[in-house]
Design a protein around this ligand. Structure first.
Ligand SMILES: [Zn+2]
Length: 364
């Protein structure tokens, strides 16, 4: 967390391009920012908990009071929380900067009361979702509020979009994000920095697949030869998927979930696995998607069905991202620190969608 606080000062200072040096002399009120972070970290908001995600949204909207920004709340689906869109300078219509944050976390309700209470240990603060990404979310808003309260105008208008379902690969908001991003020149994603404060300028794409095998049940003692074991077939398929890993091309596959069978003494009729795929480029995506969808069982009488698709395109570091990173790094040097980018990471984010659209998208 101290990384966040240090970064806040850097974030604020990074706005020096707008000649904001005078107000940057004012000290940053870290305690106030921390109180805001705490206020939304203590609202548990796993993606499927609509009430929790919406309470986070209701906690964020007041952060913009007195800034002149206009908040709009949009519904998504009945099973997911709402979207908060904030136009910081509603009188300006030119393409500007879109700041993307998600309000959901991967932590189930009850985490605060059991494994991960909000707490401070020295210069570190712990709490569910504080790192990914409630801390970054609040810091971005705090940076904007600092500009707004100094009555400065940013060179480009800023829009914030707070989404409810990123941890599910954004099923209800991908189109909204893409539509919004299409009207902007730059996208910043407030996902956490990597080790050493390095920012992410490229990410792998993601695919998700479900594979089912169906055999024939039989008593394992009485009639073993009559059965067709779906688990055995799936074990071979699991090994085949493992064999698709290709580290030299940055391709990873992982069988992360498995379920099957009905009893110890019964030849298993059904088995299901879930498969995760990561890749660096579109060609690998198509190739791997085709390979996984075409998986077959070599065993007779085993039915296999494969469903799934590429859920996030790769976020390749293109010229636009390069230019934006170089600019940010130059500003950082002026301020006195070295901004570095992290090595290619396997985790996807909503930035994968916007880079795919050709909009420069580094994140801090
Ligand atoms: Zn995240």
């Amino acid at each position: 967390m101290c990384g966040f606080l240090v970064q806040l000062e850097n974030d604020c200072a990074a706005n020096a391009w707008a000649d904001m040096s005078s107000f940057l002399q004012d000290p940053v009120d870290s305690d106030a920012i921390l109180a805001d972070i705490r206020s939304i970290v203590e609202i548990e908001s796993p993606s499927r908990n609509v009430a929790g995600v919406n309470r986070v949204l209701e906690g964020i909207a007041p952060f913009f009071e007195g800034t002149g920004a206009v908040c709009e709340r949009q519904q998504t689906t009945p099973t997911l929380g709402d979207i908060l869109r904030v136009r910081c300078d509603p009188t300006r219509n030119e393409p500007g900067v879109l700041v993307l944050s998600h309000m959901d976390t991967v932590h189930p309700v009850g985490t605060l009361a059991s494994k991960l209470a909000y707490r401070r240990e020295g210069d570190r603060i712990y709490g569910p979702g504080i790192y990914d990404m409630k801390g970054g979310l609040v810091l971005a808003v705090a940076a904007f509020r600092r500009i707004a309260h100094a009555r400065r105008r940013t060179p480009l208008p800023i829009t914030f979009l707070f989404t409810p379902d990123e941890e599910l690969s954004s099923p209800a908001t991908r189109r909204v994000i893409e539509r919004e991003a299409a009207g902007h020149r730059y996208v910043l994603v407030t996902e956490p920095a990597r080790d050493g404060g390095k920012i992410v300028t490229a990410r792998k794409g993601v695919g998700a697949f479900v594979i089912r095998t169906r055999g024939w049940p039989a008593h394992a003692g009485g009639n073993p030869d009559k059965g067709r074991n779906a688990i055995l077939a799936m074990a071979e398929i699991t090994l085949a998927i493992e064999g698709l890993n290709d580290r030299t091309r940055g391709i990873t596959t992982n069988v992360g979930l498995i379920e099957g069978g009905t009893a110890r003494n019964t030849v298993a009729e059904d088995c299901t696995i879930e498969v995760d795929l990561r890749f660096c480029d579109r060609a690998s995506a198509s190739e791997m998607e085709a390979k996984i969808l075409a998986l077959k069982s070599s065993r007779p009488d085993i039915e296999i069905t494969v469903t799934g698709k590429i859920t996030r395109p790769p976020f390749a570091r293109d010229r636009g991202v390069d230019l934006m990173f170089e600019r940010a790094a130059a500003i950082a040097r002026e301020i006195g620190f070295a901004l570095e980018s992290a090595p290619l990471v396997g985790g996807g984010s909503d930035g994968n969608f916007t880079v795919e659209m050709g909009i420069p998208t580094p994140r801090d």
